[in-house]
Design a protein around this ligand. Structure first.
Ligand SMILES: NC(=O)c1ccc[n+]([C@@H]2O[C@H](COP(=O)([O-])OP(=O)(O)OC[C@H]3O[C@@H](n4cnc5c(N)ncnc54)[C@H](O)[C@@H]3O)[C@@H](O)[C@H]2O)c1
Length: 493
């Protein structure tokens, strides 16, 4: 389990024990003096002599069943069980309770108090969930029930794939927080389990449902950008305060441990998902190879050293091999396009996911705000932007956008995502994000680690669709089917 996974690392965080990747972090022979020098050299990695950056492509199998475009039998009522009720999970409970045709049947967290707190959100509603807590594997009891259709997972990253695989094997559809997997091996587990069980495995990439992202997806579909040439995305979000906070941060400091033991683009999917949809990745195009470069860490070890002066808890982190602050990953697609993804959660910068779409006829760029669009040397004026919005706002936003803003959740995108997920399940429609998207977008993290550890050498990206990307249909954003699910806003008061 998550905490167990890190136990071995507690003793020696300098050692990176990821089983799939070879990484050489040699301090020997480097004439370093003083703490800053230590910080600046410790993230330099080089290829081990004779060790090729072996591409973890699993080419020994055929697709069992193509889950792209797969429509599971319609469910009149979607019965949901939640696992993980920390900072993220309860907000999902609060949103899902508003959607008609849903029954919340179970709430699960390791920590009893968190389950009780989440249960309170459902007071004054018709939902009467059973609760599960107190042991590392109690979530399995909830997955084993035969009156649940969907398991909604918001736990630490290391638990995503084990929980998703178990839930699918137990006959449940899965909605899993980002990233869905940590290793290439896990990505394949998700793909093969979903294909074998014909259960959906949707990664909850909410940023695909943000307003400007949906607008640009519709613009791309209508040909506004011409042929797409290049896209950029990012996760630039200063999380230092949260990652190092023992009281109100992540349970058991799981996210600090991730940052202290891995080096790459650890959280790529927020920037990547919307760009992949615009480029029809897995559906007409696919990733071919990537190369990834990380800076050194200039802030996190210093932070650990400062905190360790007052609190011995942080002592073990003073020698940790922290991830480099800024990672830049470049992807070349099979059809010759490029994607740039950046990751920095430890520098004092304003938030950005960039979201840049560039084509033969135009460009859009969301961050730094305000969002801009151009078709030549100058950005559009405010009036021109308004006219664009009127012309290209997609139907899903017209249908639930205003409601979503009232419900909240990252400005409304979380609710649009949840509503669409439930509506697709209730109408027996394919989900917007399938298991191949979950696997591919998540895979960029371990692949970037591999490239970073080998002086940014290019790494082939596995084809999780096993060739079906060439004929898979693009995501349907027409809202011509379904859209029958109501929302009970009265619960909000
Ligand atoms: N999509 C987004 O915008 C977004 C935003 C925030 C977080 N997230 C993702 O949501 C997930 C959860 O993040 P968070 O911020 O809520 O972290 P958190 O640490 O606050 O919550 C994780 C919860 O999982 C529980 N847990 C751990 N082991 C468990 C087990 N064996 N059984 C049951 N419960 C267990 C913990 O007790 C904790 O309550 C992460 O994957 C994170 O990346 C996504």
């Amino acid at each position: 389990m998550g905490s167990q996974e890190f136990d071995g690392l507690k003793l020696n965080l300098m050692k990176n024990n990821r089983r799939n990747f070879i990484r050489s972090v040699s301090m020997a022979g480097i004439g370093v003096v003083g703490a800053n020098a230590l910080v600046s050299c410790k993230n330099e990695s080089s290829s081990v002599a004779g060790a090729e950056p072996g591409t973890p492509v699993k080419d020994d199998g055929k697709q069992i069943f193509n889950m792209s475009g797969y429509a599971a039998p319609a469910l009149e009522t979607v019965r949901v069980g939640f696992i993980g009720l920390g900072m993220r999970g309860p907000a999902a409970v609060g949103r899902i309770r508003l959607i008609e045709g849903v029954e919340i049947k179970g709430l699960c967290d390791l920590v009893h108090e968190k389950v009780e707190k989440a249960k309170k959100i459902l007071e004054d509603t018709t939902h009467t969930p059973d609760t599960y807590s107190g042991s590392e594997e109690v979530w399995k009891e909830m997955c084993d029930r035969d009156d649940i259709d969907l398991i909604y997972i918001a736990t630490p990253w290391a638990l995503h794939t084990p929980m998703a695989v178990y839930a699918m094997e137990a006959g449940k559809h899965v909605a899993v927080e980002v990233p869905a997997a940590k290793t290439i091996d896990e990505c394949w587990q998700l793909v093969e389990t979903s294909e074998k069980t014909k259960k959906h495995c949707m990664m909850l990439e909410n940023c695909c449902y943000d307003f400007f992202e949906l607008l640009t997806l519709n613009m791309a579909r209508q040909g506004f950008f011409g042929d797409i040439i290049h896209g950029e995305g990012a996760y630039i979000h200063d999380l230092v305060g949260l990652n190092f906070n023992k009281e109100t941060g992540y349970e058991d400091m799981w996210r600090l441990k991730e940052n202290a033991t891995r080096n790459g683009s650890l959280y790529p999917t927020h920037g990547l998902g919307p760009i992949c949809q615009v480029m029809d990745i897995n559906r007409g195009d696919n990733m071919d190879y990537l190369t990834s470069l990380s800076t050194n860490d200039f802030t996190m070890q210093q932070k650990a050293m400062e905190l360790a002066k007052e609190d011995p808890f942080f002592q073990e982190y003073t020698n940790a091999a922290f991830r480099g602050n800024m990672n830049t990953t470049l992807v070349k697609t099979k059809k010759g396009k490029s994607i740039m993804i950046q990751h920095d959660v430890s520098s004092p910068r304003p938030y950005s996911r960039i979201h840049l779409v560039s084509g033969t006829k135009g460009i859009a760029r969301k961050w730094p705000e305000p969002s801009r669009v151009a078709t030549g040397h100058s950005w559009f004026t405010e009036e021109e932007m308004k006219a664009l919005e009127e012309q290209y706002t997609p139907k899903i936003v017209k249908k639930v956008g205003e409601m979503a803003k009232k419900v909240g959740g990252h400005g409304g995108m979380d609710f649009i995502m949840d509503w669409r997920l439930i509506d697709c399940l209730r109408n027996g429609l394919p989900l917007d994000q399938d298991v191949y998207d979950a696997a591919l977008w998540s895979a960029v993290a371990p692949l970037s680690e591999q490239s970073v550890a080998n002086r940014s050498q290019s790494i082939d990206v596995p084809d999780f669709t096993r060739g079906s990307w060439e004929s898979n249909a693009p995501v349907d954003i027409s809202l011509e089917k379904g859209a029958t699910t109501g929302v009970n806003m009265s619960v909000l008061g």
